[in-house]
Write a protein that binds this ligand. Structure first.
Ligand SMILES: C[S@@+](CC[C@H](N)C(=O)[O-])C[C@H]1O[C@@H](n2cnc3c(N)ncnc32)[C@H](O)[C@@H]1O
Length: 342
């Protein structure tokens, strides 16, 4: 038996409060299942680190396993626990294409926490069975782009839809400036998209970029596609079966304090979801996965599960894909739901 400890990212406790351990353990189990690592005796560490999770493995973990643990949302540092309870630091391979700062710089009211976003992406990856060499991530209500940036730094192609024009413009300005300042090769263009009757339904921002100059030159680029549109038009905007994973932090039904949240407030979140899910389903490849987070004060797990189930998804309602409910603040008790395209 080998025993390891993950030192928890300090931001982790801040977002999950009392549910931190349970949530981190469930995510690790999902990753372990998807990447053929058998983890045993997963428990909160009492080994002199501020906050940690310890686990055992029957086999010694390898470089590829360390890489997976390195992108778990809990990860801050990894140690092997060796004789006498000493901690041997492990050099975890970097998983980034673009740097972590891309997802961290923007701060605003209503931003989905970066670690929670990473957790949702990890659950979706674990559940996804498309087998694509490169993942295409779609956030159908992407706000100011936390999920899209998380996808980019992990080497995915990303697509987002957001109804708030100002937020879309801010994403465009931010990403172009970030790439310019980091001297990353990229090419951006704007266009518009119309429905079959010729009515304009979206402003489209498309970008290709590569973290390495040679990759850009060779055409090995990551793509970023952003639509300023209503997500219920996703079936017209997006190519059918073009995405591997859908991640979305749904409107919470609470005001985050800016005018821009009008769209957030304009209709019942579950009503909007029911209208949008068929279009999202079309965009997903067979065996693709969807992970949604939502406020339990505005909709309930059973309602979201029914909406997914009625539209061709199989809800993953067992461990490690359930039991993520946690308190964010007085008005938000956040939960998430995972499903796969049957
Ligand atoms: C909880 S926020 C997402 C926050 C995002 N993950 C971030 O970190 O910036 C939900 C978003 O859904 C958007 N939204 C609401 N209704 C929409 C619709 N019909 N079509 C597209 N986006 C919509 C809101 O404008 C809001 O930005």
């Amino acid at each position: 038996m080998n025993r390891y400890a993950i030192l928890a990212n300090p931001g982790h406790n801040r977002i999950y409060f009392a549910a931190a351990l349970k949530i981190a353990v469930a995510e690790l189990k999902a990753l372990a299942g998807a990447y053929a690592m058998e983890l045993h005796e997963i428990e909160e560490g009492s080994i002199g680190l501020p906050a940690s999770i310890c686990f055992s493995t029957k086999r010694e973990l390898k470089r590829e396993d360390f890489k997976v643990l390195g992108f778990s949302s809990l990860y801050y540092a990894l140690f092997e626990i060796v004789e006498g309870g000493l901690l041997r630091p492990i050099a975890v391979p970097d998983f980034h294409t673009f740097p972590e700062s891309m997802v961290q710089i923007l701060k605003y009211n209503g931003k989905t926490n970066e670690q929670f976003t990473r957790l949702m992406v990890n659950l979706a990856l674990s559940a996804c069975g498309t087998g694509s060499d490169r993942m295409t991530l779609f956030d159908p209500m992407c706000g100011k782009g936390t999920t899209l940036f998380e996808g980019l730094i992990r080497g995915f192609d990303v697509k987002g839809i957001e109804i708030n024009k100002q937020w879309v413009q801010e994403i465009e300005t931010y990403i172009v400036r970030f790439l310019k300042e980091g001297k990353y090769k990229h090419k951006a263009q704007n266009s518009k998209q119309s429905d079959p009757k010729g009515k304009k339904i979206a402003h489209v921002f498309s970008l290709t970029a590569a973290a390495e100059k040679a990759d850009f030159k060779a055409g090995n680029v990551q793509t970023f596609e952003l639509f300023n549109a209503d997500t219920r038009k996703a079936d017209i905007l997006m190519k059918k079966k073009s995405c591997d994973i859908i991640i979305c932090d749904l409107p919470y039904g609470v005001q985050h304090g800016s005018k821009s949240d009008k769209a957030n407030m304009s209709r019942s979140p579950l009503g909007l979801l029911k209208e949008a899910i068929p279009a999202w389903h079309d965009a997903l490849k067979a065996k693709g996965s969807i992970v949604l987070s939502y406020n339990e004060f505005t909709m309930k797990y059973a309602g979201v599960a029914a909406a997914l189930g009625e539209n061709g998804f199989k809800v993953l309602d067992e461990s490690p894909y359930n039991q993520y409910l946690h308190r964010v603040d007085q008005s938000i008790h956040r939960n998430l739901i995972a499903a796969v395209k049957a």
